[in-house]
Design a protein around this ligand. Sequence first.
Ligand SMILES: CC(C)(COP(=O)(O)OP(=O)(O)OC[C@H]1O[C@@H](n2cnc3c(N)ncnc32)[C@H](O)[C@@H]1OP(=O)(O)O)[C@@H](O)C(=O)NCCC(=O)NCCS
Length: 244
Amino acid sequence: MDGTAGGGLVAVAGSAEVLALPGLGEELLTPAERERAARFHRERNRLDFVAAHLLVRLCAARLLGVPVAGLVLEQYCPDCGLSGHGAPSLAGRPEVGLSLSHTEGVVAAAAGPAPVGVDVELPGGRDGTADLYDRVLGPAESALVAARPDPDGAFLRQWVRKEAMIKIGRASLDTLASVDLSALPLDLPGPGPALHRHGDLHLLDWAAPGSGALLAAVSTRPVRLLPPDGLRAGGVQGRPGASA
Ligand SMILES: CC(C)(COP(=O)(O)OP(=O)(O)OC[C@H]1O[C@@H](n2cnc3c(N)ncnc32)[C@H](O)[C@@H]1OP(=O)(O)O)[C@@H](O)C(=O)NCCC(=O)NCCS
């Protein structure tokens, strides 16, 4: 696979920003994606869906060094066994790992030479009830989160990491508390992405300036962040093996 020696690419951006990128339009979506997009009642949710599905194509195109227009997205749900929703992949390129995430006005996507999972959440999007904390955090994680001046922010950091792990099949909604991430720092060391290891996984953490959205991406291969201004041009941020 060309262009993948450096590992996977991750991007996060405002939905409107993605939709304004040249060469990315709804006509790139498959009939199945357009049909799903049409089912959204709120236009802003529809646009988030479309933007995420376009951004994942952009990541894959950058990874492979091919035009976006030739890429066909497929989806398969491992839970119900149906296609058209669930884990995304590239038609004819099963070796390429893809992942996407959308929240209110912000989307994230990733493409890599191995399975990759990405999740993005806005601050305040998952403020924890005690019950939610218990379902998501193990005892050591709970103690660390509770000791923080901003427990909800710390909880959200662990939440996006664990959701990303669901997307590479390393967790499920029922097993989140048994994935112990208590050894990982809850703070970012600076404005750039932080790169960590968790067992055989590479983990990228970031907080997008502006929206403050928390991003996590995981893969068995290193992952690098496409900087916001790199969506139009080239370039990546956060080289493998270093914390930016
Ligand atoms: C995968 C999951 C963590 C997504 O989390 P979320 O915060 O709700 O949503 P996000 O926007 O971050 O991610 C949604 C994307 O995850 C991807 N996705 C969905 N299921 C996935 C899976 N099993 N594996 C990998 N990726 C998956 C899709 O690309 C989806 O985007 P789309 O709906 O626009 O196609 C969550 O849906 C989940 O745990 N699903 C498993 C249980 C389930 O609901 N199964 C459906 C049975 S029919």
